[in-house]
Design a protein around this ligand. Structure first.
Ligand code: NAP
Ligand code: GLV
Length: 355
């Protein structure tokens, strides 16, 4: 008798526990992460949601993204994921698209806003790494480092020569920064240490930074004609797409270099190749491209005076971890019903209220 009662007690408790756990499991929100991000960030997400991570090296295709947005409350994306209106409009419970990047031109923010979906990014944590890479590119192209490296490896080094692989000094040269935002500012701080003169252009003049950094505001036209190095640090928008085309490149000095660590389509790549082929500028250093990865027949590959890196502006262990953590924090905060720390579309709040 006691044995039966005991079994009944354990069984009923088991059912009760299952019910509670089942209830909790049902209540957990779902998150899809489109690529392998830092494990610490995944742990944070897993502590707050049911998480699925895209298992492949390549981005999920459109079909997979549509399947996921019908299912999940949070989408953690990489800049290689194109989250367009067609995908967003099929979302059912989606509350947040959390990009692991500061740029968010891969997301149709207007479509998300209309549906009251938050879009977040990761500003600040990658400024130093991206500015470091920008200076590395400036130095690499000015001092011909990739060329020198290939020269040594090819066994062509026969001895010291006064004219071997001569480059350009940074000292006393003018650096023109297009977009003195977070990264542009970090670039200016570094360039100061190399004793460069700094001018900048952006729509809004920043008198405080002019004073603290000792930089001078000029028009884009002046910047292009005065700079020895032109470095781009703007987001990709309707206004900045193609902002450096044939006309703009023609305003640059014949001895100037063009550096791009922003987004590829900010430069008209065809116009740049023509200018390089005709010797209208001295060289270029590019981390970002019109189409990424570039194709094997991209004409940029044939220029010795062009340094190419595969979109690695923020690619350090520390920075990528910081970006992943910030993206996870943005996601968790949004899923808890809070306003996430790096919300790029506060207008979504209005649409939420209406909806
Ligand atoms: P940010 O702080 O928002 O700065 C952007 C700057 O661009 C602002 O100073 C802004 O000036 C200026 N700007 C906007 N529209 C402009 C226009 N039409 N003409 C000239 N200047 C304009 O952004 P950030 O954090 O520095 O990041 C900048 C971009 O770098 C990102 O959007 C991303 O695309 C790129 N990025 C690339 C990598 C990489 O791996 N290569 C890494 C990180 C970021 P106003 O204030 O006057 O609008
Ligand atoms: C990288 O390109 C970023 O936007 O974070």
């Amino acid at each position: 008798m006691y044995l039966y009662l005991g079994i009944f007690y354990i069984f009923s408790n088991f059912i009760e526990t299952r019910k509670i756990v089942g209830f909790m499991v049902r209540e957990l929100k779902r998150v899809f992460v489109t690529g392998q991000i830092a494990k610490e960030a995944l742990e944070l997400l897993k502590g707050n949601a049911e998480v699925e991570v895209h298992p492949k090296e390549t981005s999920p295709d459109k079909g997979e993204l549509i399947k996921q947005v019908k299912r999940v409350h949070g989408l953690v994306t990489l800049l290689t994921d194109r989250i367009d209106a067609e995908i967003i409009n099929q979302a059912v419970n989606l509350e947040v698209v959390s990009n692991v990047a500061v740029g968010y031109d891969n997301i149709d923010v207007e479509a998300a806003t209309r549906k009251g979906i938050f879009v977040t990014n990761t500003p600040g944590v990658l400024d130093d790494a991206t500015a470091d890479l920008t200076l590395a590119l400036i130095l690499a192209v000015a001092r011909r480092i990739p060329e020198a490296d290939s020269f040594v490896r090819a066994g062509l080094w026969k001895g010291w020569h006064p004219n071997l692989l001569l480059g350009t000094d940074l000292k006393n040269k003018t650096l023109g920064i297009v977009g003195l935002g977070r990264i542009g500012t970090a670039v200016a701080q570094r360039a100061k240490c190399f004793k460069m003169n700094i001018i900048y252009y952006q729509p809004t003049r920043d008198l405080e930074k002019e004073k603290s950094l000792g930089v001078k505001y000029v028009s884009l036209e002046e910047l292009l004609s005065l700079s020895d190095f032109v470095s781009l640090h703007v987001p990709l928008t309707k206004e900045t797409r193609g902002m450096i085309g044939r006309k703009e490149i023609n305003k640059m000095k014949k001895t100037a270099y063009l550096i791009n660590t922003s987004r590829g389509p900010v430069i008209d790549e065809k116009a740049l190749c023509e200018a390089l082929a005709e010797g209208r500028i001295k060289g270029a250093a590019l981390d970002v491209f019109d189409v990424e990865p570039i194709s094997a027949d991209n004409p940029l590959l044939k220029f010795k005076n062009v340094v190419l890196t595969p979109h690695i502006g923020s690619a350090t262990l520390e920075t990528r971890k910081g970006m992943a953590m910030l993206a996870a924090e943005n996601t968790v905060s949004a899923l808890k019903g809070e306003v996430p720390p790096c919300l790029v579309n506060p207008q979504a709040l209005e649409h939420r209220k209406k909806g």
